[in-house]
Design a protein around this ligand. Structure first.
Ligand SMILES: [Zn+2]
Ligand SMILES: [Zn+2]
Length: 114
């Protein structure tokens, strides 16, 4: 099993970010993966390091994949929650909490040489 399609997508973002920062070589990458993003972190790591990075500017880069907890926010009073079992806002009782983190994958940090 692989996460090759996803690895491809992430790699495009990495390349763009490197270009924007005039990096010729990438040495360190940190990716945040939401706990509800539906991604196997180990597979993603393998797909990037063993299949996507070799022969590119990210070859040999240190890859760190960090899980991001799901966070909710109450749109009425702006209270934030990290507990996935929270069904309504404890401060105002609003039952329509928004998910503000933990469902996406993004590049959190990129380091390299220009
Ligand atoms: Zn493989
Ligand atoms: Zn509230």
């Amino acid at each position: 099993m692989h996460e090759l399609g996803l690895a491809e997508e992430i790699f495009k973002n990495i390349e763009e970010l490197a270009k924007k920062n005039n990096l010729k070589k990438i040495t360190k990458i940190r990716i945040k993966v939401g706990e509800q993003a539906g991604v196997e972190e180990e597979l993603l790591e393998h797909s990037l390091i063993d299949h996507r990075f070799p022969g590119t500017l990210a070859e040999g880069a240190e890859l760190e994949i960090v899980q991001e907890k799901v966070r909710f926010r109450c749109p009425k009073c702006n209270q934030e929650y990290e507990n996935i079992t929270v069904a309504k806002c404890n401060s105002c009782g609003n039952e329509n909490l928004e998910i503000i983190a933990g469902t996406e994958i993004y590049i959190d940090h990129l380091e390299g040489e220009d």
